[in-house]
Write a protein that binds this ligand. Structure first.
Ligand code: ADP
Length: 282
């Protein structure tokens, strides 16, 4: 996985703050975040060996972020430690109905390139998942991955994809979009790709070369949907890397997304058996 590595501070409030009002903060949590890091951790929890490419600063948040990655079993050698600067910190303000507003800094998040990736990542990996980084870096990583015979997936994440992403869209086999991104860029994804559109509580759709698959999603009381899209991508990728068909991949993705949306925090504790319980045996 390549992209952002953040330190997340989640604040649970009674309502999203109006510009001139103070929010009443209830519970407060801190933990590792960033879409690429979340996907790498989720993959590792699903039993897929994962390595991460990104950057943190040599500060407290960066050290904590890397420690959490190691504890989750993620190979973090590809996370560059930048002297000076700041690790990206995000404040996630979450209301009781699970609605989230994100504020924060990007810190040193873009301070990596193909040159900082340990060469054995490309030699040993089967797949590269790109999310959130600047389009030129994403495209350079995708080109290298393709040369080395890896599959490639792309999720523009919270940054709305623009024209600059066309190169990476052309290099990816699987593209994950939310509904807003699907409206904006669906037409620009070249034919032959698998396009997965996430619809929050409404589940998801996969458009594959063999046809369209819809899944209604799983019923869950939304608590904090931060990280649900990352868990969703990890579930989908874990299933296809395991040789499952797209139908099951979509079910596993929705199950994992629902589990994360239904619990507080970006990477809530989770048992792979919970996913299997919802989706049935492979
Ligand atoms: P993103 O976080 O990328 O914007 P979504 O909010 O659509 O994406 O969530 C990703 C996936 O997580 C959804 O497609 C769905 O599978 C699951 N999910 C998110 N919110 C809910 C919810 N309230 N109920 C059930 N599943 C959810």
């Amino acid at each position: 996985c390549a992209g952002h590595v953040n330190w997340d501070v989640t604040l649970f409030v009674d309502a999203l703050p109006a510009p001139d009002a103070e929010a009443r903060i209830g519970d407060r949590r801190e933990g590792g975040g960033g879409s690429a890091a979340n996907v790498a951790v989720a993959l590792s929890r699903l039993g897929v060996t994962s390595g991460l490419v990104g950057a943190v600063a040599d500060d407290r948040d960066g050290r904590n972020a890397r420690r959490e990655l190691r504890e989750a079993g993620v190979d973090a050698r590809g996370v560059r430690v930048v002297e000076g600067g700041m690790t990206a910190v995000k404040y996630l303000v979450v209301t009781p109905d699970g609605e989230t507003c994100v504020l924060g800094t990007e810190g040193v998040n873009e301070a990596f390139s193909t040159g900082t990736v340990p060469p054995d990542y490309f030699e040993r990996a089967e797949h590269l998942h790109l999310t959130g980084q600047d389009p030129a870096t994403a495209a350079a990583l995708a080109v290298r991955a393709r040369e080395m015979g890896l599959g490639v997936s792309f999720d523009p994440g919270r940054r709305l994809a623009g024209r600059a992403d066309d190169e990476v869209l052309a290099l990816a086999d699987v593209v994950f979009l939310n509904e807003r991104e699907a409206e904006a860029i669906r037409e620009r994804v070249p034919p032959g790709r698998v396009v997965v559109t996430k619809r929050g509580a409404g589940g998801a759709t996969a458009e594959t070369p063999a046809g369209r698959i819809d899944h209604p999603g799983y019923d869950v009381e939304a608590v904090d949907s931060t990280g649900a899209g990352d868990a969703f991508a990890a579930g989908f990728l874990a299933a296809i890397l395991d040789g499952d068909g797209y139908e099951r991949a979509l079910a596993v993705a929705n199950a994992f997304g629902a589990l994360v949306a239904g619990a507080p925090g970006t990477r809530p504790p989770f048992d792979p058996a919970d996913v299997a319980d919802r989706c049935g045996p492979a």
